[in-house]
Design a protein around this ligand. Structure first.
Ligand code: KIV
Length: 270
């Protein structure tokens, strides 16, 4: 049994998140399975089952080929592991191109998982979709700035908010999502001044990733922050653990002990 005492002992709801704006920074991490979700339970306010799992979990190059079936499967696992954080399923590329399709797919998410919300990438052009979802009792987390699902149409991952014009555009996008009913917005890969302007303009919380410290919360991908994803490290990622090298050390010890018959000793035998 764990002797660890969780920092958060009540289920986090949309109301909890709304009330945190301007009061206390919101913490969010990604998770893709029950084991890690269990470790994060009671430690962070929100868990995102991100389509980043297509890279971190499946080893693909980008998020574009993630499917709704995969997202649902991983969200079921996360919901089995964690009961306290607000769990959000990231709607995969191509699963919300029209309000009707978005409602059908997000309804599946609510019926087949215990996720409390879905995340949708896009600016004001997605407002009608977000409005359709929220009016059909499906909570939506927006996502603006650098949007990984726009990788090919944008011609790469591009940091946003480098000019006043672009900052104004981002603020306009964020306000459109708020009006459409989003309960919070992920702001990814933008200059800190842009994140500040967006956060100031909104009455709903912003959750930043690569957006500086002015947002109402932060989100990181678990395999980046714990040093498991070694392919590359974006500038904004702080590694709180060197997971890959810890695993390698443990594996080397195991291998050596099996090879020299030190494992299993009597202690580990019936
Ligand atoms: O898929 C994901 O993990 C995300 C975060 C980077 C916000 O969208």
């Amino acid at each position: 049994m764990s002797i660890h005492t969780p920092k958060i002992d009540k289920r986090v709801t949309l109301t909890t998140i709304a009330k945190m704006k301007g009061v206390e920074p919101i913490t969010m991490v990604t998770a893709y399975d029950a084991l890690f979700a269990q470790l994060f339970d009671g430690e962070v306010e929100m868990i995102l089952v991100g389509d980043s799992l297509n890279m971190s979990f499946l080893g693909k190059e980008d998020t574009l080929s993630a499917t709704l079936d995969q997202m649902i499967y991983h969200t079921q696992a996360v919901c089995n592991g964690a009961s306290l954080p607000l769990i959000v399923l990231d709607m995969p590329f191509g699963s919300y191109t029209t309000p009707e399709q978005a409602i059908t797919n997000a309804t599946r998410v609510y019926q087949e998982t215990k996720a409390q919300a879905v995340k949708i990438e896009g600016g004001k052009e997605r407002a009608p979709i977000i409005e359709a979802l929220t009016q059909n009792a499906i909570a939506v987390l927006g996502h603006i700035g650098l949007m990984p699902q726009y990788l090919r149409s944008d011609g790469g991952y591009k940091v946003r908010g480098k000019s006043q014009k672009d900052i104004d555009q981002l603020v306009e996008d964020a306000l459109a999502l708020e009006r459409a009913g989003a309960f919070a917005i992920v702001v990814e890969g933008v200059k800190p001044e842009a994140a500040h302007a967006i956060t100031e303009a909104l009455s709903i919380p912003t959750i930043g990733i690569g957006a500086g410290s002015a947002t109402d919360g932060q989100v990181l991908v678990w395999s980046d922050m714990f040093g498991f994803f070694e392919a590359f490290k974006p500038k904004f990622v702080k590694q709180y653990l060197n997971g890959a090298s810890q695993i390698r050390k443990g594996l080397t010890r195991y291998r050596d002990e099996v090879k020299n018959r030190a494992f299993p000793s009597k202690e580990y035998s019936y």
